[in-house]
Design a protein around this ligand. Structure first.
Ligand code: PRP
Ligand code: MG
Length: 212
């Protein structure tokens, strides 16, 4: 029988909590640290450690059957992918922020401004709807540094504790969306995997109930 393939974040904020929920589901993963693929010893499951931003494409292509991923990543580049379960951890916001000494009264502030972000589609969709056009600079990490080095007038990025904004003298002025980790399903999921997925999902639901 073929195994269920699940993608989780290779490194970063979701990694530990994703492994933890699988563990709480009673699934033991044979983990050599630097391996990109690992097997569960007591469940027909293969774990793929992938870059966050690559996971939507792997789901779309059916390279993996499901994934634990931030909802924000799906909103940015995976709106075609189904969410089976919200997982209640890695809660965050995707927000616009500006230098804290700037006065801010409305979204008009951003008209024709330069915004640095890893979430160009999310920002575009949000601002276009409001009739505001901006210059977007896409960067993949350390976005909050952009205003300080003169690259942008504002940023749009994930805010969790708020400490990265604080350390970079920025203030959050608009929340575009809230997000948490979710279980996402490949649109290519084959019927032979469905019962395994249901079994995993049932265990996840039990874990979540016990956590609440
Ligand atoms: C993430 C995100 C924010 C920060 C938010 O960055 O891009 O910068 O965390 O968390 P906070 O509100 O608790 O400070 P990360 O540290 O993962 O690094 P990266 O941006 O370089 O990927
Ligand atoms: Mg960051």
């Amino acid at each position: 029988m073929s195994k269920l393939r699940i993608a989780i974040q290779k490194s970063g904020r979701l990694n530990q909590d994703s492994l933890k929920i699988l563990k709480d589901c009673g699934i033991s993963i044979d983990n050599g640290k630097d391996q990109l693929k690992a097997q569960a010893s007591n469940f027909d499951l293969e774990v793929y450690y992938l870059r966050n931003g690559d996971i939507p494409q792997y789901l779309r292509d059916g390279v993996v059957d499901c994934a634990i991923i931030g909802e924000n990543v799906l909103i940015e580049k995976g709106t075609d992918i189904t969410i089976a379960e919200k997982l209640g951890f890695s809660k965050c916001r995707v927000s616009l922020a500006i230098p804290k000494e700037q006065e801010y009264s409305s979204l008009n502030y951003f008209k024709n401004k330069r915004i640095a972000t890893s979430y160009p589609n999310t920002v575009n969709n949000f601002l276009q709807e409001k009739g505001i056009s901006v210059n977007l600079h896409k960067i993949n990490g350390s976005v909050e540094i952009a205003p300080n080095i003169g690259l942008a007038d504002g940023i749009c990025d994930i805010v969790s504790s708020g400490s990265t904004l604080f350390k970079n003298n920025l203030k959050e002025v608009e929340v575009l969306l809230t997000s948490e980790a979710v279980l996402a399903i490949s649109p290519q999921l084959t019927s032979d995997k469905k019962s395994l997925l249901s079994k995993l999902q049932f265990r996840i639901q039990s874990v979540l109930k016990a956590r609440n």
